[in-house]
Write a protein that binds this ligand. Structure first.
Ligand code: SAH
Ligand code: SF4
Ligand code: F3S
Length: 475
């Protein structure tokens, strides 16, 4: 028998990539897309950490200064690994790559490839270019939207002309919940936010392409699909060539129906929904399409009209409350979460108290709360009355204290009820403990020796705290 390695065997010796993803779920979806491109170019994911890799990919976030600092300190650590392993390549992608561009390479010359979110499809080409030229390869910026003839413009497009459908999960294993980017970028320019600068203008993917990608994910074991965009409600407006959402809810409502009609999809979530473009038909879809669950994330940012105006959020508190009413009329008891910023420039005590009042009026199931972080290039950085750090700290603590109380009260109100829980994974630290989500997006922990992954089962809620409920399977 011939035991010499054949050409085919040599091909199987694949290079290893280690991927670190920070920031929002859009970055997770982008990392998966880059993994798919790398797999087609003879790479495979390594689970053995950066030391075992031939390529380290950092997919970065720029949303607050803390997120950016993380990248710089991580690059320092990776430089030490690289100095011991010649040939190891470091690629920096994501929003810091776009925002800092070549300046980042001056700070960290160990970067071999730098790619903004608008150019991730160029990763294999840039790795090749780095190999050929020996100098760092860079691609940032955004391309024109496709014109009415269907061309994506002279350059390569953000979203490739060749729809990529077979996207692996970033863990390398089948996952119950998968993320699908449906719209890139943002046209809103809220005055605190870097995203329009790091992700460019809105570009939607066509519905059939999204549907095919979801079908593939379902064939790989996905049960819950989360559709992603910085403003999902304006999905498809660019394809229609209009600025406002049609009265029937427009293309986003159409897309949600198409995805939730797919066999094998048990739950459809979406994020982020912008209150400005949120329509009544979208709220009503929750009652006609139970796969949407009984939960929505609807970021408000602040609870006073003057703050909202300076933030350029384009809705008033009253308009926000109207959206909450549409949702609660459609689905009584629907769980709602939000994002809030404290210490936005010029925020007075009275304005801050407006935010506390809003929390009490809506009774959010949970919140993501942030201290305002000035971002270079955004309008609010130039606002004169920046709030001192100690006041931001105090307001953040007060906000979280109030919300923690409400989160706990709402969670405990579930005790004694039976919820249909979709099980997502089992705890690595505690064998036999399965983690799932209720339709209201509350985390539930259940003991079971059976494999529950991907199953939706009735669970009696026995107790819980502000982070998780505890339940028992109902037989
Ligand atoms: N597109 C989403 C927001 C994405 S960014 C929306 O419009 O709701 C996620 C959250 O980060 C924001 O909702 C906001 O609460 C927070 N954030 C964004 N920029 C920030 C900044 N400069 N300082 C503090 N928090 C910020
Ligand atoms: Fe940022 Fe506003 Fe766009 Fe959200 S809607 S990504 S907060 S600019
Ligand atoms: Fe961060 Fe960019 Fe997302 S700045 S939050 S990774 S869009």
């Amino acid at each position: 028998m011939n035991v010499e390695p054949t050409k085919a065997d040599n091909l199987v010796l694949r290079r290893k990539v280690h991927i670190e993803t920070w920031g929002c779920q859009m970055n997770v979806a982008d990392s998966e897309r880059m993994l798919s491109l790398l797999e087609a170019n003879n790479y495979e994911l390594t689970a053995s950490g950066p030391e075992a890799a031939d390529l380290i990919l950092l997919n970065t976030c720029h949303i607050r200064e803390k997120a950016r600092h993380k990248v710089l300190s991580r690059l320092g650590v990776l430089d030490r690994i690289k100095s011991k392993k010649p040939g190891l390549k470091i690629a920096v992608t994501g929003c810091v790559a776009q925002a800092d561009g070549k300046k980042l390479i001056e700070l960290a010359p160990q970067i071999d490839v730098l790619i903004g979110p608008g150019k991730i499809d160029e990763l294999p080409r840039l790795l090749e270019e780095r190999e050929q030229t020996g100098v760092s390869a860079v691609a940032t910026g955004f391309d024109r939207h496709k014109d009415e003839h269907g061309d994506r413009g002279a350059e390569h497009s953000t979203i490739s002309d060749e729809p990529m459908i077979h996207i692996p999960s970033i863990s390398g294993k089948p996952e119950v919940n998968r993320f699908v980017n449906i719209i890139q970028g943002c046209n809103n320019f809220c005055t605190f936010c870097v995203v329009p600068f790091t992700r460019g203008r809105e570009i939607s993917r066509p519905i059939p392409e999204i549907v095919k990608e979801v079908e593939y994910m379902v064939s790989q074991g996905a049960k819950e699909i989360t559709l992603l965009g910085q403003n999902v409600n304006s999905y498809g407006l660019d394809l229609l060539g209009r600025d406002d959402v049609p009265a029937d809810g427009g293309p986003f409502v159409e897309l949600l129906k198409a995805v939730s009609d797919l066999p094998g999809v048990d739950r459809v979530r979406f994020t982020t929904s912008n209150p400005h473009d949120f329509t009544k038909p979208l709220a009503e879809l929750f009652s006609s399409h139970p796969k949407l669950g009984r939960y929505i994330h609807l970021p408000v940012q602040a609870g006073h009209d003057r703050t909202l105006e300076r933030m350029k959020r384009k809705v008033t508190v009253e308009e926000y409350m109207q959206r909450i009413k549409w949702l609660r009329d459609a689905v009584p008891g629907i769980a709602i979460s939000t994002d809030l910023i404290v210490g936005f420039p010029g925020e007075t005590e009275e304005e801050f108290e407006g935010t506390l009042r809003l929390i009490e009026a809506v009774r959010f199931s949970f919140i993501y709360s942030f201290k305002y972080s000035p971002r270079k290039g955004t309008a609010a950085t130039r606002f004169l009355d920046q709030i001192p750090e100690d006041i931001k700290e105090r307001r953040l603590a007060a906000l979280n204290q109030l919300q923690d109380k409400i989160t706990l009260e709402l969670a405990l109100a579930d005790v004694g009820s039976v919820k249909h829980v979709l099980f997502v994974f089992n705890s690595k630290k505690e064998p036999g403990v399965w983690i799932g989500k209720t339709p209201e997006f509350r985390v539930v922990r259940v003991h079971s020796s059976a494999d529950l992954a991907g199953k939706t089962l009735p669970v009696k809620i026995m107790g819980g705290n502000k982070t998780a409920l505890v339940g028992e399977l109902v037989h």
